[in-house]
Design a protein around this ligand. Sequence first.
Ligand SMILES: Nc1ncnc2c1ncn2[C@@H]1O[C@H](COP(=O)(O)OP(=O)(O)OP(=O)(O)O)[C@@H](O)[C@H]1O
Ligand SMILES: [Mg+2]
Length: 601
Amino acid sequence: MSLYGTNDEERTDLTKEESRFVRARSRRLLGSLLNPLKARLVLAVFLGIVSTAIRVAGPALIALGIDWALPRAVLGQYDYLWVVVIAYLSAAVATSLLTYYFLMLSARLAQTMLFDLRNRMFVHTQKLSVEFHERYTAGRVIARQTSDLESIAELLAGGLNELVIGGLFMILTAAALLLLDPISFLVLLGALIPLAILTRWFQIKTNRGYRKQRVASARLIQYFVETMTGIRAVKAFRKEKQNEKHFGGLVEDYRKHNAHLIQLFGIYDPGLIMIGNLTVAAVLLVGGFRVLDGSLGIGVLTAAILYAKRFFDPMEEIAIFYNSYQSASSALEKISGVLEEEPSVPEAENPTSVSQAQGNVRFDGVEFKYQSGPVVLKKFDLEIPAGQTIALVGTTGAGKSTLAKLISRFYDPSSGSVSLDGIDLRDISNTDLRREVVMVTQEAYLFSGTVAENIQLGRPGASMEDVVAAAKAVGAHEFISALPEGYDTDVNKRGGRVSAGQRQLISFARSFLANPAVLILDEATSSLDIPSERMVQRGLKTLLAGRTAVIIAHRLSTVAIADRVLVMEHGEIIEDGSPLRLAEGDGKFARLYRAWRDSLV
Ligand SMILES: Nc1ncnc2c1ncn2[C@@H]1O[C@H](COP(=O)(O)OP(=O)(O)OP(=O)(O)O)[C@@H](O)[C@H]1O
Ligand SMILES: [Mg+2]
């Protein structure tokens, strides 16, 4: 379904069917969050109803006091008055206590739900395939985890109570009025018509406004994250001015939507106050005449006025929290979209276990395209015998990285199969596959922590000797020892900052420690200078020994250590052979080889 997909949360023009689908999706999520809390939820609802009912009893007790106990007190019988006063006080105390328990319980429930949701978001987005992350972008994932979760938190932190208790209070107040004095109730009923019209108008307007405001805020965050992540490119291309303008536009957009919402409140709130006051006046007028002709007690009229006035009290709160409710529910809609995303490379139900892979990689009739895009890799067969080192060369956009992503199963082929030692990658468990096939990308990402910890990621639990041995093998030991705290240097602290080449060496050490059967290096040597590349060449040989390797190479020196070269062009392997044989021929590689050689002199 398209709505699981890419940009639907940015859209404000969903069709009826689509919005029904989105709502159902977020209801499912809500249900799954509430389900484990059912028992406590029932208790909370019960506490809420009882405490509100007792609160609503107040004016009725006052009526009782005025019409029933007071006349008797005038005659010297004070007991009745005492009974009413004590009942009133007890009701007040009971309301406070019950409200206290209700608030505690509902806050705990809310926190539990939020905790659950936060965790689920993290675990799920982390589990989703590379395909999802390349499509959904980090900025949007961050917006889900921050502003969307915040708005749900905001609602749960108090708004929901106000909403539920406020609604309950209005219903019970109306019911009490109906029991006490049906005529005043009819007057209140009359007031419901303008109230309903005003509220409905407000609802529709703010609904639309909130959607727009959230889209604007998500765009703001996304742009901010994108700019900060790409800050080097921003600086290098002097893009600041242009960014400033674009960001200014986004901020302005956000401001406009906010201003519009505030304006809506500016109309709604005074409207409410007006309707409330008119209702009180009408109840007083209609009731006053009945008191004059003796058909209504003063106490009942007093209570009726109190009810009519109190009836509207929660309305403003409800209107305010209706906003939180709206933004939270649209946040929930988006979060549910992410949570219902399926990994595009799902793990097999009954995976074949692979303990010690040889490293034989085969492509059988593989064709590949990204989602519904054009064919990126044309149908091909390829066999990489265990232990062979392959250099993959070719023009940019030829499909080299794509081929590499298929071997590490970041993606599944659109047709055909990729196998390791004769087992389809789709049948190998994720754990086994991650152990046997390791891909080192150009970015050579380092996590916060020490250098040693970053190397250790290759094989969790590896001893310090193993870590050092791995670093020595790939030629990283020297510069690591020179860092302020050696292997214990924090890579994110001042002084611990490492260069791009050093980062690559660390990630080589990490892969060496992981000791996979198949190693893929995507342009991993590209940011090394010549001396450190020499060093890495030596390390690389150690790293590659005894395993299958696919190196996406942009340098002759890297190609030279390969057993076999594959030249790619427009999604096809156009040349395949040993570097020497290809260099001697007159194909594309021969030309490339000559160009490289000439540039080296
Ligand atoms: N995530 C993606 N979604 C859609 N299309 C993609 C994606 N990644 C790459 N492509 C497209 O697939 C084609 C091959 O890209 P690929 O990254 O494999 O090229 P490459 O040979 O590695 O190039 P380079 O040498 O520049 O790294 C390109 O046309 C590219 O636009
Ligand atoms: Mg590439």
